[in-house]
Each structure stands twice: as C-alpha cells, then as structure tokens.
Design a protein around this ligand. Sequence first.
Ligand code: NDP
Ligand code: MG
Length: 340
Amino acid sequence: MLQPLRILFRPKWMVSRSSASYVSRMRHLNKIKEEDEACRAALQSGNIFLYHKLAPLLRRTDSGIYQLPALQTKDVEEILEKLGEDKEMVKESILINCTEQNEAQFSFDVGAIEQAAVEELCRGTFVDLRKAFFLLRGSEAPLVARGQALLRWHQTNGFCSSTGQPTQRNQSGSQRLCHSSGITYYPKMSPVVIVLVSDGKRCLLGRQSTFPRGMYSALAGFCDIGETMEEALCREIAEEVGLEVESIQYSGSQHWPFPQSSFMVACHATVNPDKTHVSVDKVELEDARWFSLEEVQEALTIKAPPRNNKGEPTVFWVPPNYAIANRLIQEWANQQHLKS
Ligand SMILES: NC(=O)C1=CN([C@@H]2O[C@H](COP(=O)(O)OP(=O)(O)OC[C@H]3O[C@@H](n4cnc5c(N)ncnc54)[C@H](OP(=O)(O)O)[C@@H]3O)[C@@H](O)[C@H]2O)C=CC1
Ligand SMILES: [Mg+2]
C-alpha cells in the first residue's frame, strides 16, 4: 500500500521573509509579467544576464570565484552600439524574476554577435550551462537555468503549430500569441519523477551510458500523459530495475534545464527488503545497483572526482549538489545515520 505524500520542509525563501514583502514582490513581478508598459519601464532600471547561443556570461573575480554579472540596461545598449548593432535589440530581453529590492531581472541572447567581441567588452566568458552549474554558487544556478530555459523556449516556438504562422511574444516573454488562430502559447516543462529507492539499509543508484564515468544517480523518468506522479514513479522503477515500490515520500522539486525544461519531482521510495533483486533494463540504463551507507557517504565527500590520464573519473561519485539527485542522496544518508 502506498503511503500518502508528506511535505518534509518549508522553503527557506518563504520562512525568512515577512509575508508582506514577499507578497508585494510577487505582485510586482506579476504586474510586469502581464503588462507590457510596466515591463518596458522595469527593463530601463533592471538587470540583464547575457547569453551567447544559450551559454551564460560568467565573470571570474580576482579571488577566482565565478559570478553571473548583472548588467544594467544602459550598459547593454552601450555594448550593442559599440559593436555597431541596434541598441533597440535590448527590448528582446526576457523577464526572468525580480530581486528582493524589486529590480527586474532579464535574460538576453547576443548569439547573432561575435562572441569574443562581447566577452572583451563585458570582461567575461560565455560558458556552457552544465559547466556554469559547477562554477556558480548555489543561489545563482537556478536563475541562470531559468534564464536559459526561457530563451530556448522563445527560440524554438516562433511558429504556431496549428497554422504555421509566426507567433508574437508579449513584452515580458511570458507567452506567445498566434494572431491568426488566437492560440496563446506558454513556456512548457515536462514532468519528471526522480526517486531514491531504499531497502531500509541500502539505496539503489543507476547510471546511463551517457553519464560521466563512475557517476551514479537516483532513477528518473518522464511522466506519461494521464499518469499521476505516483504511477509514473512505480512504473519507472518497474521498467528500469524490475522492482515493486511499497511506499513513497515526497522530498522536493526542481526545474531542470537539460535537455529541455523538465519539472523534477523528487521522492524517496522503499521496496520490500526480501525482494531486492535488480534486473536492469539495458536500453535505459547501463547499470543499477545497491550501495551501502559507507559507499554513499564516501561519494558525497567527492567534490571533483580523481581522473585518469584520459580525463575520466576513476571512482564512484554522485551528481553535484545543485542537482536534486544529490539532495535525495544526502537526505537518505542523514536518515540512515540517525537510525544507526
Ligand atoms: N536534476 C537531477 O538531479 C537529475 C535530472 N535528471 C533528468 O531527468 C530527466 C529524465 O530522466 P531519464 O532517465 O532520461 O528519463 P526516462 O527514463 O523517461 O528515459 C528517457 C527517454 O524517454 C523518452 N521521453 C519520453 N518523454 C520525453 C520527454 N518529454 N522529453 C524527453 N524525452 C522523453 C526519450 O526517448 P527517445 O529519446 O527515444 O525519444 C528519452 O530518451 C532527464 O532530462 C535527466 O536530465 C536525471 C537524473 C538526475
Ligand atoms: Mg530513466
């Protein structure tokens, strides 16, 4: 029998703020999302994160830390003019969020301009998003992912799938409209369930052949149309490793930008400790196996795995801490530790 889901935590960003300031910020954000004039005004005093063909601009500080530089709109206009481009292009920026001081944050892709020229003027480097995730501090990773996901969505949804006519965005970029069919399109995410299975003593981790060598992660799968999250979770575990889930506990969720936008719902699950034989679906996974608490604790301490002379990691390691898989694994290890 599956247990009901339990919410284990209250997000820090809600606990630490007074509800008045959170509410006013969310209402301000909604206004600039919905109203073109308000959004144009917010862009004038807002911050812009630059991307080049979807790779975000990072800047390395003197102390070797990588940051996501927030440029002022007038600075971006100046850069465009210096490079002989129309400064009005900046109006194509997409609204991502707003700061605690109610300053709007936008993403803007300068992919049509020569990369090196922009990098020189901005004193930064455009870095592949996966690599950027490793280099940035925790709080900047979701922001950079969201900015990229929205840019990607606009770049790939320029036409109506019903009429084939071009679609037009609103000022904030929160939607696109086909004037011919009247259809409004909104940015999409695919729901994915990610689950750490335990038999009470060990946890089950798997790897796809495309993962970096030695890296094992929690099992994941896309939800099918019409399925509940619990159904998708049980089906994926049955399909990928041939096990039957007995209980499920909700842990948290995350937007994941790879390969397209996914909405990751993360859970813990248990199986009967007498029925733990794993039969791996070799189409989906290269390997899946049970790991002890000691093995997992060791893997969690590895920040950068040692590599052989081909640059391949040589040990068992788990996804880095921006990935929700890492959080599931940490939670499981903490729980086991408390039990022992
Ligand atoms: N944040 C985290 O901690 C982690 C995130 N993930 C993410 O979870 C996601 C799902 O994991 P994965 O095990 O690959 O999923 P699945 O087990 O569902 O297998 C992936 C296959 O499902 C098919 N598929 C069905 N629906 C979709 C869809 N909407 N979008 C893309 N492919 C679809 C594709 O087949 P075909 O290509 O044949 O069409 C794809 O190869 C991945 O995007 C992965 O990056 C995974 C682990 C950790
Ligand atoms: Mg899978």
